[in-house]
Design a protein around this ligand. Structure first.
Ligand SMILES: Nc1ncnc2c1ncn2[C@@H]1O[C@H](COP(=O)(O)OP(=O)(O)OP(=O)(O)O)[C@@H](O)[C@H]1O
Ligand SMILES: [Mg+2]
Length: 301
């Protein structure tokens, strides 16, 4: 396993910022770490990278415990922190050489050149970091996290605040990196997870509320469907509610209804119409989106 997390917990005062979470990540997996603001994503990542100590639980990276074998664990980890703190007064190449040497990267010059190439920084390498656009600053952070060729990459919101072009570029870069490395990255955007990862963990209030392959999560979303139906005649809410599998019925307009229930609902509504001598004027299915799954899993209360 590239990463094993077991019962990891962080308590700040009264608050359980991360509450007893456990998961494993296999080599080569690209895992999306999704959750609303304050869910505990950054705190989890900080514990995995040794920046804050955990209150309880354990984590290991490539077999090295992040607490008792922190040096070895760090050698195998690349970390792009939230908000990507950099030295604005340094030049791109100078900064990468500096951090590379600090981390005793072998053949530092050629490695820096390689990472500049890989992250698309060639045209910017002689600029001051403070003068770079956000997307390019993000690339510098990614280049830095890759310098020591770690097996596991932990990226905290690598795409936040990027324009659509930069967003696509950085997503592609992550995808490309994912062919060789194990990646965990956090985001608020469900579509991003869909575009990049094979697996997603959704956290809410410090706890894991879903840990699944993307397709499985989509299937989960289609367990329940919503159908909009319009009859030519007046229908009765009570009898609609008695259709097998129906969970909720709302009247949306005159003779128009929105019916939510389990799969197979369409057929049941047809049969209902026949039984009650109603004519269906229109019927359409509103599939639950992944966005909706995320909302359902992370809503308060
Ligand atoms: N140093 C700290 N002291 C006290 N509380 C903290 C500290 N760091 C984080 N927290 C709290 O822990 C909770 C989780 O924060 P965290 O930054 O991990 O969330 P997040 O999922 O990364 O959110 P976002 O999507 O906004 O980045 C929040 O309620 C936050 O206020
Ligand atoms: Mg965060």
């Amino acid at each position: 396993m590239s990463l094993i997390v077991s019962g990891l917990t962080k308590i700040y005062g009264e608050q359980r910022a991360v509450d007893n979470i456990s998961f494993e990540v296999k080599p080569g997996e690209v895992l999306g770490f999704l959750g609303p603001n304050g869910a505990g994503k950054s705190t989890t990542m900080k514990m995995l990278t040794g920046y804050v100590p955990q209150t309880a639980g354990k984590a290991s990276i490539c077999g090295y415990d992040v607490t008792s074998q922190s040096m070895e664990a760090k050698k195998n980890t690349g970390y792009l922190p939230e908000n990507n703190p950099l030295y604005p007064e340094m030049y791109v190449r100078e900064f990468l050489l500096f951090t590379g040497r600090l981390n005793r990267v072998k053949s530092c010059r050629s490695r820096v050149a390689e990472m500049i190439e890989l992250t698309g920084l060639k045209t910017e390498q002689r600029k001051k970091i403070g003068l770079l656009s956000k997307g390019y600053r993000q690339r510098v952070g990614i280049a830095q996290s890759l310098l020591h060729d770690p097996q596991v990459l932990i990226m905290d919101e690598p795409t936040s605040g990027l324009d659509p072009n930069q967003l696509a570029d950085i997503r592609n870069l992550i995808k490309e990196l994912g062919k060789e490395k194990t990646i965990i990255f956090s985001t608020h955007i469900m579509q991003e997870v869909q575009a990049i990862c094979n697996r997603v963990i959704i956290v809410n209030k410090g706890r894991i509320v879903a840990d699944d392959a993307i397709e499985r999560l989509q299937q989960r979303s289609s367990d329940e469907i919503t159908i909009t139906v319009e009859f030519k005649q007046d229908a009765d809410k009570n009898t609609l509610q008695q259709i097998a599998g129906v969970k909720k019925v709302t009247s949306t307009a005159d003779k128009k209804w929105q019916v939510t229930g389990s799969a197979g609902l369409q057929e049941a509504i047809f049969q209902y119409a026949v039984r009650n001598q109603l004519t269906i004027v229109a019927l359409s299915e509103k599939a639950q989106t992944l966005e909706q799954v995320f909302k359902d899993l992370t809503k308060n209360g």
